[in-house]
Design a protein. Structure first.
Ligand SMILES: *[C@@H]1O[C@H](CO)[C@@H](O)[C@H](O)[C@H]1NC(C)=O
Ligand SMILES: *[C@@H]1O[C@H](CO)[C@@H](O)[C@H](O)[C@H]1NC(C)=O
Ligand SMILES: *[C@@H]1O[C@H](CO)[C@@H](O)[C@H](O)[C@H]1NC(C)=O
Ligand SMILES: *[C@@H]1O[C@H](CO)[C@@H](O)[C@H](O)[C@H]1NC(C)=O
Length: 439
């Protein structure tokens, strides 16, 4: 099966034709598929589904008796042409999918060598299932593998075999929200065709493999909500196509490698809830496509860097609880697209720059729990705008209450001040207790 090219076919339409051409009207399905592959599919479905009549109901799954979670394509090179199973999908969007309480991954998956897509959502919820060490060797055509939200899919992620021989086409690998633990196999870094890698919401530990620098086609990397530790590998700077990187909610530490500044395609960078130390590398001024930069809850312990003013596409900048010192910079008005600015829970001192009010799209602003002081002279219109947007989100008509985004500026105790009276009152922040407060 070296270079078999496949042709996607509407199986319902074709079913009638095929019946005449091949005389496959005895219902056995033997003429449209190789028997071994058909029996393999039956095994796989029986191993997963509660409904044990699936096999009786779908004797010709590629033609006369299709099922929405199974797709087939017609092989071109065989004579007569045969159907091959190219997709198996079990998920909540499929009719009657409930998985058996003893669902497992059948070894017969190896009998479906033409699979391009295998996706199993929320199926292993009671029976403990793990991936065999040879799991990835079974599929030579696989492009898309999603095993997601299976709480009892546990154990380690097996290392994929040398990629060029075994999984050369894999583009999407999503193992999100399962019960995997242990280290991330460094061999994943050999999957040079991989475009999306999502291992989030597991209990993976150890470091992010240096070998990830080999994932040259990667556009999305999500390792959030694990227990990863150690430093960020500088090799991640090689991934020039990366657009979204979410490494939040781990235990990563050390300095942020300056090489990350090479990621010119990056739109989203979420490093929040780790133990990364500052300062932000100056190379980050090259991240000119960055729109979302979140790094809350890390011991950055430095001033907000001037380089942020060069990131003109920024929409969300979130630096809460970062030990920021110094003053609130005055460069924010150069970030015309900024809609959310979170600087709460830091050690910022000085005043609130008046020119924040010139940000045309600012929607959410939180400066509370700092040591800001001085007179607050933001124009009434600006305060009103924040307040109004917040109020409409909140669907509250209570004009005596602050909206969420406005209470962001002041502390909770100012709940009785009317939003539109805030701007004109000679408002003063005190810093005695570390809380920005309007009095
Ligand atoms: C996750 O892993 C940590 C240590 O690696 C362990 O202490 C913890 O119990 C694990 N949590 C779960 C839910 O398995
Ligand atoms: C921030 O302020 C707190 C309390 O005022 C202080 O304990 C802490 O050392 C300060 N942190 C930095 C990084 O200055
Ligand atoms: C700001 O957003 C608008 C609309 O999404 C976009 O057209 C514009 O290019 C953005 N500005 C910058 C500097 O990226
Ligand atoms: C603003 O930050 C404070 C603390 O840092 C938090 O308690 C409050 O909920 C935040 N407000 C909004 C609207 O996010």
């Amino acid at each position: 099966m070296a270079s078999l090219s496949l042709l996607l076919v509407g199986y319902l339409v074709l079913a009638a034709d095929l019946g005449t051409i091949l005389g496959a009207s005895d219902g056995s399905g033997a003429e449209e598929m190789e028997k071994d592959e058909l029996l393999g599919l039956f095994d796989v479905m029986s191993s997963l589904l509660e409904d044990q009549s699936w096999v009786q109901m779908h004797p010709q799954p590629c033609t006369a008796t299709p099922w929405p979670g199974v797709e087939c394509e017609l092989g071109e090179e065989e004579e007569p042409p045969l159907f091959h199973v190219t997709k198996v999908h079990i998920g909540p969007d499929i009719l009657n999918p409930p998985c058996s309480s003893s669902a497992f991954l059948s070894r017969s998956l190896v009998k479906l060598p033409f699979l391009k897509t295998l996706s199993i959502f929320n199926c292993f919820t009671t029976s403990r299932v793990s991936l065999s060490p040879s799991f990835f060797t079974s599929f030579s055509y696989l492009e898309h593998l999603t095993l997601q939200s299976n709480p009892t899919l546990i154990g380690k992620i097996p290392p994929p075999p040398p990629p060029l021989s075994q999984a050369p086409n894999l583009k999407v690998l999503c193992l999100k929200q399962n019960g995997f633990h242990g280290e991330i196999p460094q061999q994943l870094g050999g999957l040079a065709s991989l475009e999306q890698l999502d291992l989030s919401y597991n209990n993976l530990s150890g470091q992010i493999p240096q070998e990830f620098g080999g994932l040259k086609s990667l556009t999305i990397l999500d390792l959030s909500w694990n227990s990863l530790e150690g430093q960020l590998p500088s090799s991640l700077g090689n991934l020039r196509l990366l657009q979204k990187t979410d490494l939040s909610s781990n235990m990563l530490n050390g300095m942020i490698p300056p090489e990350l500044g090479n990621l010119e395609s990056l739109v989203l960078l979420d490093l929040s809830y780790n133990m990364l130390s500052g300062p932000i590398p100056s190379s980050f001024s090259c991240l000119e496509n960055l729109e979302y930069f979140l790094i809350d809850h890390n011991p950055i312990n430095s001033e907000l860097p001037l380089l942020l003013s060069t990131l003109k596409k920024l929409k969300t900048l979130s630096f809460s609880d970062c030990g920021l010192t110094g003053t609130v910079p005055t460069y924010f008005p150069s970030l015309k697209n900024l809609t959310a600015l979170f600087l709460n829970r830091n050690n910022l001192s000085g005043g609130v720059p008046k020119n924040l009010a010139t940000l045309p799209n600012l929607d959410q602003l939180n400066l509370s729990q700092n040591q800001l002081s001085g007179e607050l002279s933001l124009p009434e219109g600006f305060i009103y705008r924040l307040g109004k947007r917040g109020l409409s989100k909140q669907k509250s008509c209570d004009s005596e209450k602050y909206s969420p985004s406005l209470s962001a500026i002041v502390s909770e105790k100012q709940g009785h001040v009317k939003p539109n009276s805030f701007g004109i009152s000679a408002s003063v922040f005190t810093g005695e207790d570390g809380h920005g407060r309007l009095i």
